[in-house]
Design a protein around this ligand. Structure first.
Ligand code: AMP
Ligand code: MG
Length: 321
């Protein structure tokens, strides 16, 4: 636990960058709301974001970059994505794009999905921090789960004081509403969340843009259908013994039960933060044709265990297709 959260002004950007590179969290101003920033390439830093917010679920986070060049290292930009990024960045528009083949962004930041939400914020302090850190920053709104998004450093202190390393004070956020989330990972552009950039403005560049939940006019590309990551192999929870051909996702202090064809540890010390950090990479590593099923040891229902179990239960539920 971090007992005291530092309140830093703009002249402490280098300190903030150092803290971020070490995997700790720093809240910073953007033109929409204050973001809770962590190194998007560090699984543990991203797990800390979920822990600090007290989120009961792993939903995908927006990754922030200082420029379009940095964004191209993380995700695949097609001609449409290039066009909207050139027009609306920096600004309140997040693009959902396919992950680049060697994207360094944590799988936890995208909740295991094959896509990434990326944006370049229009705030001088945010951009300076991103440049100084030299890493993309995952940054959801800097409030505890279920509460209002903060638009001042004081708001952030009230929400997250004692839970994060520092807050960079950049005065009041100008827009106050969140970024528009535009999905360009499929054939048809789709607004997943309305925000600071109007759909009409996007349509001037892209033609028809669908709204979230509207029936699709075009098929989505293969592998992009699921809105939540789930392994292809069946998942069995609360496992205490092996069934033929199963691999084990292990957790806790004791020895793993015997008889599994393969064992992956979420955390050997029973650390829920470490388990969250490893969750999606471990699931993907075990989700192979020669594995008959994935058994998961019991995970305690507290702290980040709530979000881990929520994800595992959804992944274990029967599929519709
Ligand atoms: P926040 O970071 O709290 O501003 O919220 C991020 C928003 O972007 C949420 O509405 C997410 O569901 C959405 N989002 C982020 N990444 C993805 C993705 N890969 N696919 C779909 N939606 C995403
Ligand atoms: Mg929020």
């Amino acid at each position: 636990m971090i007992p005291v959260t530092a309140l830093w002004s703009a002249d402490r950007i280098e300190d903030a960058a150092k803290v971020l590179r070490s995997g700790e969290l720093v809240a910073f101003p953007t033109e929409t709301v204050y973001g809770l920033g962590g190194d998007a390439t560090n699984d543990l830093a991203v797990a800390r974001i979920f822990e600090a917010k007290g989120r009961p679920r792993f939903n995908p986070l927006i990754t922030h970059v200082p420029d379009l060049t940095a964004a191209r290292d993380l995700a695949v930009f097609d001609a449409r994505a290039e066009r909207v990024a050139r027009e609306f960045w920096p600004g309140p528009l997040s693009l959902v794009l396919p992950r680049a083949p060697n994207s360094p962004v944590s799988l936890l930041a995208s909740a295991g999905l094959d896509t990434l939400a990326i944006r370049m914020p229009a705030h001088p302090l945010a951009l300076a921090l991103l440049r100084a850190t030299g890493r993309p920053l995952a940054a959801p709104s800097a409030n505890r789960s279920g509460r209002l998004s903060p638009t001042s450093a004081g708001d952030v202190m009230a929400e997250l004081g004692g839970r994060i390393a520092a807050v960079l004070d950049g005065g009041r956020s100008a827009v106050g509403i969140e970024s528009t989330v535009l999905d360009l990972s499929g054939a048809e552009p789709r607004v997943l969340r309305p925000g600071g950039v109007a759909t009409e403005a996007l349509e001037k560049l892209l033609g028809h843009v669908a709204a979230a939940g509207a029936p699709s006019e075009a098929p989505r590309s293969p592998g992009m259908l699921a809105s939540h990551y789930a392994p292809e192999r069946p998942l069995r929870l609360e496992a205490r013994d092996a069934r033929p051909g199963e691999a084990l996702l292990a957790f806790g202090l004791g020895p793993a039960p015997k008889g599994f064809r393969e064992v992956r540890w979420l955390s050997r010390s029973g650390d829920l933060m470490e388990a969250a950090a490893n969750l999606f990479a471990a699931l993907r590593a075990l989700d192979r044709p020669e594995v008959a099923g994935i058994a998961v040891m019991p995970i305690p229902e507290r702290g980040l265990g709530v979000a881990i179990n929520d994800r595992l239960r959804r992944a274990a539920a029967p599929r519709l297709s």
